[in-house]
Design a protein around this ligand. Structure first.
Ligand code: C2E
Ligand code: MG
Ligand code: MG
Ligand code: MG
Length: 274
């Protein structure tokens, strides 16, 4: 069958592969059943208050455990989930699961100040989102300020009047907004000033090759200054080395996230750390 053919290619979900139409279709079929087959899980990565903690919160990152292809990373399937609208139901599961896990940790005596959830563009723009978030907060008894919604700067910038209205509606629930991958989305300062956000997350691209006195260091400094001016906390993502951590701290970046501080891990392994 067409499906078997698609599965013959063991590199089916490999990023290097230019997916043919029928392989995409097979992936969509699998993705459609993934929720009911309980193939998703969340991994959690710490957001640390620099340089050595305490924990500021954790970010929930989606994983798809495919019976044949193993663990599939979000960059491989989120775009397709977006295109097919499946992201709405998957995203709802993510919000509920993150809220459930946060309260389970707290009930077990762990101090986890906040949980961050990523929202993709279609999910962000879906009219039912605020109600779903409210529903999850109520169902699990999550204090709204303990939930952080991460929206990329480009998502927030696209159709900015509509986005602003959605962000205001979400912020009115008492949840916090983080602008993810910041520095890559060309926000105007005027727009940023109006955003009801509480955090800017410096994109990994500015952290990767960070050296003292370099261009990236100047950009990081500028983002930190902007955050101070607008009263937003600033966190750097993708911190992989001790020297990046040291330089970011010297530049005044108060919060850090990255492999150097902690990789994304399953809930039980995460709990062992806090
Ligand atoms: P993101 O929100 O910017 O998340 C950061 C990504 O960088 C994560 O990849 C994380 O595992 C990875 N990362 C963290 N620290 C480091 C580091 O030090 N070095 C490097 N090289 N990478 C690091 P992941 O988990 O593969 O997620 C990729 C993207 O997929 C996320 O980017 C986010 O945009 C999206 N995503 C993840 N989970 C969800 C979800 O539940 N819903 C939606 N809509 N999108 C999600
Ligand atoms: Mg994120
Ligand atoms: Mg990011
Ligand atoms: Mg990203």
């Amino acid at each position: 069958s067409a499906k078997d053919q698609g599965r013959n290619a063991y590199c089916f979900f490999e990023p290097s592969m230019n997916q043919g139409a029928h392989q995409q279709l097979a992936m969509i079929q699998d993705l459609r059943r993934a929720l009911s087959l309980a193939q998703f899980s969340l991994h959690y990565q710490p957001k640390m208050i620099a340089p050595s903690g305490p924990l500021e919160g954790v970010e929930a990152l989606l994983r798809w455990h495919h019976p044949e292809h193993g663990t599939v990373m979000p960059d491989r399937f989120i775009p397709l989930a977006e295109k097919t609208g499946l992201i709405i139901e998957i995203g709802r599961w993510v919000i509920n699961e993150a809220c459930r896990q946060l309260m389970a940790w707290r009930e077990a005596g762990h101090t986890v100040p906040s949980i961050s959830v990523n929202l993709s563009p279609a999910q962000f723009r879906s009219p039912g989102l605020p109600a779903k978030i409210e529903d999850a907060l109520t169902r699990y008894g999550v204090p709204p300020s303990s939930l952080v919604l991460e929206i990329t700067e480009s998502t927030a910038m696209q159709d900015s009047d509509t986005s602003l209205a959605i962000l205001q509606r979400l912020a009115s629930l008492g949840v916090r907004i983080s602008i993810d991958d910041f520095g890559t989305g060309y926000s105007s300062l005027l727009y940023l000033k109006r955003l009801p956000a509480s955090e800017l997350k410096i994109d990994r691209a500015f952290v990767r090759d960070l050296v003292p006195g370099g261009e990236d260091a100047a950009i990081v400094s500028a983002i930190i200054a902007l955050g101070r001016t607008l009263n937003l906390s600033v966190i750097a993502e993708g911190v992989e080395t001790e020297s990046q951590q040291r330089l970011l701290t010297e530049l005044g970046c108060t919060s850090l996230q990255g492999y150097h501080l902690g990789r994304p891990v399953a809930a039980d392994d995460a709990a062992a750390r806090f």
